[in-house]
Design a protein around this ligand. Structure first.
Ligand SMILES: Cc1cc2nc3c(=O)[nH]c(=O)nc-3n(C[C@H](O)[C@H](O)[C@H](O)COP(=O)(O)OP(=O)(O)OC[C@H]3O[C@@H](n4cnc5c(N)ncnc54)[C@H](O)[C@@H]3O)c2cc1C
Length: 433
């Protein structure tokens, strides 16, 4: 038998690794484990429900999952159902591709008040991630604040600004679409600590703010450069295009449509105020010093709001006793190697940045490491895993099972949506009979 590899996590990091392994090692066996019954990680649970075209890459991963060398074992949580050490005892190599699912904290007073959410939990809620189906954020409010200047912040603001009709045509969780449909939110503030030139968001996402049925976007024209001479164009990060769209929005008055999205720059949160619920946020004006660092100016102001979503990044979750870099908030590794036989890919390796495709090279690095190993005939591989999980009574969801769950979700779709997602694991398992 060839080398056996267990990959923990079925997001892009896991699937790019599996694809590279079966390409480079035609006789290896790869098992991809995921704690959820559903594969593809943030493609299902992070990418915005109104960005279906970005999810199409899952079709390519599906071909990998259906290779004879590969198995998907969903509903198996490493650290709960089986340990990393046990996996290492069974397989020649183990690859951690567990992503970065934990929200970073704002680190300011009031952030634990009801009504303050991190992006993982808020995005997970509207994308029907079973961990967050009971979040029930209160959208019965006039104004919402979104902190951050990346595409995740723009996703959250855009979806909050959409009409019920717009979100029902997506695969947003049905409870979230219902809440957005009746939400009285009229003002959505997106706050960035730096200026429009430093923002991490990309032009495709900025452009969408001019295409909303019910919402108009506002920007302070004084913050935008007068000419394009010093702007940088780097693909999706094109400053010229970003600034072009923002200049268009700066011409809006605010009364064109019922909902207003305020794109605000040079301000950071310093305190969240409230009692049983958020009632306001205190912000402080910032400026950039000569080195481009953010400097607080001491000038503060308060903004009434009942919901705050902090889109300021996420971090990996430590697993068993695998070496973890507390400062970088990801597994301690060198180019994807934790130690011989234990590797890491995707956001668990690099931290939470980049697109789906950014994870691609990680797979090749993993394959290069694994190629150098020699199969250990004493390791039981997939047969040993099956026995252990059966002994522990774990209900493994295979890829064929997932396809049945997917078919049931597609059959339940209404309003032109691609699917009606199940929102709990028991519902998914019940579908399988
Ligand atoms: C809100 C949001 C929107 C995004 N939108 C886009 C977009 O539109 N386009 C784009 O190109 N990129 C987008 N990205 C980036 C893209 O989603 C990431 O680059 C990519 O998903 C990272 O892949 P990953 O495999 O490292 O992690 P993930 O996709 O998070 O996958 C990790 C997997 O590991 C599983 N797992 C975790 N712990 C365990 C465990 N203990 N046992 C078993 N399984 C476990 C999880 O269930 C999950 O399936 C977005 C990211 C976010 C957060």
């Amino acid at each position: 038998m060839g080398l056996t590899v267990a990959i923990v996590g079925s997001g892009p990091g896991g699937f790019y690794s599996a694809a590279a392994l079966i390409k480079e090692l035609p006789d290896c066996r790869v098992d991809i484990l995921d704690r959820l019954p559903t594969p593809f990680g943030l493609i299902r649970a992070g990418v915005a429900p109104d960005h279906q075209s970005s999810k199409k890459i899952a079709k390519i991963f599906e071909r990998t999952a259906q290779s004879e060398q590969v198995r998907f074992l969903g509903n198996v949580e490493v650290g709960r159902d089986i340990s990393v050490a046990e996996l290492r005892g069974l397989y020649d190599a183990v690859v951690l591709a567990t992503g970065a699912p934990r929200d970073r904290r704002l680190g300011i007073p009031g952030e634990d008040l009801p009504g303050v959410y991190g992006s993982s939990e808020f995005v997970g809620w509207y994308n029907a991630h079973p961990d967050f189906n009971e979040l029930a954020p209160n959208l019965e409010t006039g104004s919402a604040v979104v902190i951050g200047a990346g595409n995740v912040a723009l996703d959250v603001a855009r979806l909050l600004a959409k009409t019920g009709q717009e979100v029902r045509a997506t695969d947003m969780a049905h409870y979230a679409a219902d809440a957005i449909d009746v939400s009285p939110i009229r003002d959505i503030y997106v706050y960035a600590r730096r200026g429009p030139l430093q923002a991490a968001f990309t032009h495709k996402e900025v452009k969408e703010f001019g295409e909303l049925d019910n919402a108009v976007t506002l920007v302070d024209a004084a913050l935008l450069p007068a000419d394009d001479a010093d702007l940088e164009d780097k693909g999706r990060g094109s400053q010229t295009k970003n600034i072009g769209y923002l200049r268009d929005y700066a011409r809006n008055k605010g009364d064109e449509k019922p909902v207003r999205i305020h794109m605000e720059f040079f301000a950071m949160p310093v305190e969240i105020l409230g009692g049983d619920q958020v009632s306001a946020i205190r912000m402080e004006r910032t400026r950039l010093d000569d080195n481009g660092r953010v400097v607080p100016t001491g000038e503060t102001f308060e903004l009434p709001c009942n919901i705050v979503v902090a889109c300021i990044g996420t971090q990996s979750t430590p697993l068993d006793n695998v070496a973890y870099d507390e400062k970088a908030q990801r597994f301690l590794n060198e180019d994807g190697r934790i130690e011989d036989g234990l590797y890491v890919a995707g956001w668990a390796k690099r931290g939470p940045s980049g697109t789906i495709a950014t994870n691609f090279p990680d797979g090749n690095q993993v394959a290069d490491f694994v190629k150098a190993l020699t199969p250990d005939s004493f390791k039981q591989g997939p047969a040993g895993l099956d026995q252990l999980l059966a002994d522990r009574g774990v209900r493994v969801v295979t890829f064929e099972d997932w396809k049945r769950i997917e078919a049931a979700e597609e059959a339940g779709a209404t309003h032109g949506a691609p699917r009606r997602k199940f929102t709990t694991i028991p519902e998914m398992i019940k579908t399988l009979g």
